[in-house]
Ligand binder design. Structure first.
Ligand SMILES: [Zn+2]
Length: 237
């Protein structure tokens, strides 16, 4: 009998194997095909993707690090299920700390920082234009982390990175205006304000952008369907 290991694509290095699986699962979560709370059994995933359980375990750990998956001792892995309250609280926290980061970034940005932000916006725009929704979502989240890094305050940066990570799944789950995912139309003026060292304008734009994101969320829980894991995941294999 063939084991999943036999069917692995041996041309790929181990890290590439788990990252391909990570991307497929992440895309399925972001596209709402895998709904919150779905159990993700290692053996079933290994069979679906024709990779070893070790590969699946690495992918699940990376997804857990990104807060997209919850690992429970003795129970296994589940798609994370942020509550409506948690979702609202995370955005309220972001509205408290991110305008401060934007303001500091505007005070401190060097030409190299601005060039890096503009290159990031190009990547975001490309992902959106090419219909790579989940890449666009991750890139737009990382934009916020990059702004906080320019602010150069370690603790502020850590707090924002954590809040942004926790926001990605919330946006993917609850965002109802998907055509304007963390839209670059909001990021471009923000970069202009940072480039022009207009700290008050940068803070205001960040406040408005986050308020806009929050009002674009429909915090009612989606119901799970009746499809099997392999029916859901084999759609994109
Ligand atoms: Zn944004």
């Amino acid at each position: 009998m063939r084991t999943p290991e036999d069917r692995e694509t041996h041309s790929l290095k181990p890290a590439a194997r788990w990252s391909a699986t990570y991307t497929r699962l992440r895309d399925a979560i972001f596209a709402h095909r895998l709904v919150p709370g779905t159990k993700l059994p290692e053996d079933e995933l290994a069979s679906i993707y024709a990779v070893s359980r070790t590969v699946i375990r690495s992918a699940l750990q990376a997804l857990a690090h990104d807060r997209l998956v919850r690992l429970e001792p003795n129970r296994g892995a589940f798609v994370a299920q942020p509550s409506q309250t948690e979702a609202r609280e995370i955005f309220e926290m972001r509205m408290l700390v991110e305008p401060r980061a934007a303001s500091l970034a505007a005070e401190r940005a060097t030409p190299a920082d601005v060039a890096r932000l503009r290159a990031h916006l190009d990547e975001e725009d490309n992902a959106l234009r090419e219909g790579r929704d989940s890449d666009a979502l991750m890139l737009s989240a990382n934009f916020h982390v990059e702004v906080s890094q320019i602010a150069s305050q370690g603790v502020l940066c850590e707090v924002i990175a954590d809040l942004v990570t926790r926001s990605s799944l919330i946006i993917a789950l609850y965002w109802v205006r998907r055509d304007t995912i963390c839209a670059s139309h909001a990021h471009h003026p923000l970069v202009d304000a940072i480039a022009g060292h207009q700290s008050d304008v940068a803070a205001e734009l960040m406040t408005g952008h986050l308020a806009d994101l929050l009002t674009g969320l429909d915090l009612t829980l989606r119901q799970s369907g009746e499809m099997s894991l392999s029916d859901i995941l084999l759609q994109d294999v």
